[in-house]
Design a protein around this ligand. Structure first.
Ligand code: FES
Length: 104
């Protein structure tokens, strides 16, 4: 069953500076962009590179290892690759806390 979990303090997130958070043994990538906090699985679906070491350009998140890219709006893998979408978590900010809808 999915449940909202506090994952970070909003004040600890810097615009354009992704961070990793580990929750229930899963690595979650948080990206603050345009004042929104986005949450994704933190490992690339290709060969499990840590996406926190990649780059993002406002529309795409680029894997640091082989440069597959994933769309920030929905996690869809970009052209040139046949990979599953990057799991995107629902997020919200409440009272300065960042929460994700976590479904194990
Ligand atoms: S590990 Fe990400 S593209 Fe290969």
């Amino acid at each position: 069953m999915a449940e909202w979990k506090i994952i970070a303090d909003e004040c600890d997130l810097i615009e354009g500076n992704p961070v990793e958070v580990i929750i229930n043994n899963k690595i979650i990538l948080l990206i603050k962009t345009h004042s929104l906090v986005l949450g994704f699985e933190g490992l690339c679906p290709h060969q499990k590179a840590r996406l926190v070491l990649g780059t993002f350009d406002g529309e795409w998140l680029h894997c640091p290892q082989h440069q597959a890219k994933f769309r920030l709006s929905d996690g869809l893998c970009g052209p040139g690759w046949v990979l599953p979408s990057l799991k995107k978590y629902q997020t919200k900010v409440d009272n300065g806390k960042v929460l994700i809808l976590f479904d194990n």
